[in-house]
Ligand binder design. Structure first.
Ligand SMILES: [Mg+2]
Length: 314
């Protein structure tokens, strides 16, 4: 019996049933039903030990949770409803710490399944291999659009207000492993308000906001005094002499949403506060390209779009 066969039978016993999964694990490919009225939204992410996490320092369940959560965050950014996930694992042949490769795989899944269940995602397939190298985990998530269509980075208009969910910065102190993708929040907001554009914050508010602006061929003016700063950003600031605001602007892995919407809608939304997490207006869309900050004296100054940059092939 191979590792993969063992894992498939474990999964078949532990996966919740999904009415839309007509053919799932154990066949050559998955068959999913029920996409007649919606469009498919597909995203994929690859996480590697020593790059995205350090397996020796964390609970493998946290790694499983995070690997799925970052994908769901991308679906949330598109205002898509999650449907299925495909999980590919390349396990270190000798396992890790006191776990065999098979036990490690099961722990990764144990981290993933509660999150999958909360968001109605079925694990519809994947692949499992092992090698003499650190763990790599790749998940492809499939979602579907609602009747309101997909939300992209490209629809922001001059005059729009920029909103952010939650509080930002300091995720390295723990939140980066306990990512709560803003799926329900995105779907609710997309249904009740007129959203023009959205992005999730994976690499820092400044960098991801500038990506949204670039995709929309506009610029952004951030009101630095309005940025909601997480307690963890203040905590980190005490340790490393970088300001809490800088952490909120540039730290990666907040996985909150930045949204652009017309001013009257933004006002209504902030007044309603329809979520259990805060919604804050942090700036506006302007015609002049680039990322700008509003100083205390009301003047504009350029703001560096720095954040977490992936190092490519280094
Ligand atoms: Mg993203």
């Amino acid at each position: 019996v191979t590792l993969e066969n063992e894992l498939i039978s474990w999964l078949q016993k532990n996966l919740p049933p999904s009415p839309r999964l007509l053919v799932g694990l154990g066949d050559d490919a998955a068959v999913l039903s029920g996409f007649d009225q919606s469009q498919l939204v597909v995203t994929t992410d690859l996480l590697t030990d020593q790059v995205d996490f350090v397996l020796d320092d964390v609970d493998p369940r946290q790694v499983g949770h995070k690997a799925l959560a970052v994908n769901l965050s991308d679906l949330a950014a598109m205002a898509a409803r999650p449907v299925a996930a495909f999980v590919s694992l390349v396990l270190p042949r000798s396992g890790c710490a006191n776990r065999s490769a098979g036990e490690l795989a099961v722990e990764l899944y144990r981290g993933m399944l509660p999150l999958a269940e909360r968001h109605g995602v079925t694990i519809a397939g994947g692949d499992t291999n092992s090698w003499n190298a650190p763990l790599a985990i790749s998940i492809t998530a499939i979602g579907e659009t609602t009747p309101h269509g997909p939300l992209t980075r490209a629809g922001a208009q001059v005059g729009d207000q920029l909103l952010v969910t939650g509080k930002l910065g300091g995720s390295i102190l723990g939140r980066h492993l306990e990512v709560e993708p803003r799926v329900d929040e995105a779907l609710l907001l997309h249904e009740r308000y007129e959203l023009h554009a959205g992005i999730d914050i994976s690499d820092g508010l400044a960098l991801d906001t500038s990506r949204l602006a670039e995709a929309s061929h506009v610029g952004t003016l951030l009101d630095l005094s309005a940025i909601p700063i997480a307690g963890a950003a203040r905590e980190l600031s005490k340790r490393d002499s970088t300001s809490a605001l800088k952490h909120a602007l540039t730290d990666g892995e907040d996985f909150e949403l930045v949204l652009a919407l017309p001013p009257n809608e933004a006002t209504r939304l902030v007044r309603d506060q329809p979520l259990s997490i805060p919604l804050t207006i942090i700036g506006q869309i302007i015609a002049e390209p680039g990322l700008w900050q509003l100083n205390a004296d009301g003047e504009r100054a350029p703001l560096a779009a720095t954040g977490y940059q992936h190092r490519g092939n280094e």
